[in-house]
Ligand binder design. Structure first.
Ligand code: BG6
Length: 369
């Protein structure tokens, strides 16, 4: 059942190109328009939406954090992403013009379920993004967009995360399309770019041997820090979460811009710091800022592990280890940038003798609040 792999997690990491392609399949027509058959919320209602709230837990929450950037950019609708376990206890402002998006691989996470029930009681419409057909969360939602990752067995989520991102981008692009924002041309071109992502994930997977080697060399470290900016910030959080879950190491993700407001005090000789670098194209101001962050931490002795777009020569001199990823549109970068972090955490866990598929104290789906 593990298809020749030692762990389900390795199999599921390898299945990501297919999972991404399957989640896109049949959802974009020949004219480049999105057709989301499972979205049963009429376009007329979606046109009236004035706020999007995303609720989720764990890795799905990180997908939601990335979705916020895409939704606000392509739709110009204010969007917030909230931990499902916090959501209803803060008495959120919800009404029939609020679209709540609940993201869950299992469809059974109690915190997420309680959040969506609360949202529906307040009259909000709920769209579920879910990987499990007929599970409770989609059954209790107004609409569902299924991710087609196939069954995910390893407790630490990998392929489900990538497909959640794809689904979030589809929702963002669809909302943008339905509402006819000024980004029409960009939306069409991103749809084309999305169809190339599966091949790019494959390319990343083919170049992971140095990442595995690096992971093994860090097996005796206590701490690994992760920095990112813009959509790279949730990627940093996800990289840190994977390391906590699997390697039981102290791992923290920070927004790179916050470095000087506190985390830089943690930088000492030889601490590994993974930095997710935005594309030098597009939002290039952010790129330059992160390059100076890398210089700052390196000057303080950090061991810099840099994930950057292929051909990004500006970061090379400051990278103790450079992990190159294919160029993608700015907002889509998490689809390729996350993959090395999954491989990194999996290999570190193996090197530390941990049980990769069943980390201690964790469950695949948590059906208590
Ligand atoms: C956790 C799992 O407890 O639930 C995580 O260990 C997962 O891996 C989280 O991200 C959310 O699960 P789901 O099924 O709602 O996506």
């Amino acid at each position: 059942e593990k298809g020749g792999y030692d762990y389900f997690m390795l199999k599921e990491i390898a299945e990501q190109p297919k999972a991404v392609a399957d989640t896109l399949l049949g959802r974009i027509d020949a004219a480049g328009s999105l057709t989301l058959d499972e979205v049963r919320i009429p376009a007329s209602v979606l046109r009236e939406v004035d706020k999007v709230v995303i609720v989720a837990c764990g890795t799905a929450y990180h997908a939601g954090l990335i979705a916020k950037y895409a939704i606000e950019h392509w739709t110009r609708i204010p969007c917030e992403t909230e931990l499902a376990s916090e959501f209803r206890y803060r008495d959120p402002i919800l009404d029939p013009r609020t679209l709540v998006v609940a993201i869950s691989q299992s469809g059974e996470t109690m915190d997420t379920l309680m959040a969506l029930r609360h949202a529906r009681e307040q009259g909000a419409k709920v769209l579920a993004i879910c990987n499990t057909n007929g599970s409770t969360i989609p059954r209790e939602s107004d609409a569902v967009l299924y991710t087609h990752a196939g069954p995910e067995v390893a407790v630490a989520s990998t392929k489900a995360f990538l497909t959640q991102l794809v689904a979030c981008y589809l929702v963002a692009l669809y909302l943008g399309q339905v509402r006819g924002t000024k980004w029409g041309d960009e939306i069409l071109s991103v749809i084309r770019d999305l169809s190339e992502i599966a091949g790019e994930v494959e390319e990343v997977l083919e170049t992971m041997e140095p990442v595995r080697e690096l992971a093994r060399s860090l097996a005796d470290k206590n701490t690994v820090l992760f920095l990112g900016r813009h959509v790279g910030y949730p990627v940093a959080l996800e990289g840190a979460l994977k390391l906590k879950e699997l390697a039981y190491m102290h791992a923290e993700g920070f927004a790179a811009g916050e470095l000087k407001h506190g985390p830089i005090a943690l930088i000492e000789r030889d601490v590994p710091v993974v930095v997710v670098v935005p594309s030098p194209r597009g939002r290039s101001v952010l790129h330059d800022k992160i390059v100076s962050n890398i210089q700052e931490i390196r000057a303080r002795g950090a061991r810099t592990i840099v994930i950057a777009e292929r051909g990004d020569e500006a970061v090379r001199p400051y990278a103790d280890h450079l992990i190159e990823i294919p160029a993608t549109p700015v907002l889509l970068q998490p689809l390729v940038a996350t993959v090395p972090l999954q491989v990194f955490a999996c290999e570190l866990a193996t090197a530390r003798g941990n049980e990769v598929d069943q980390p201690r104290n964790l469950a695949k789906s948590v059906t208590v609040e």
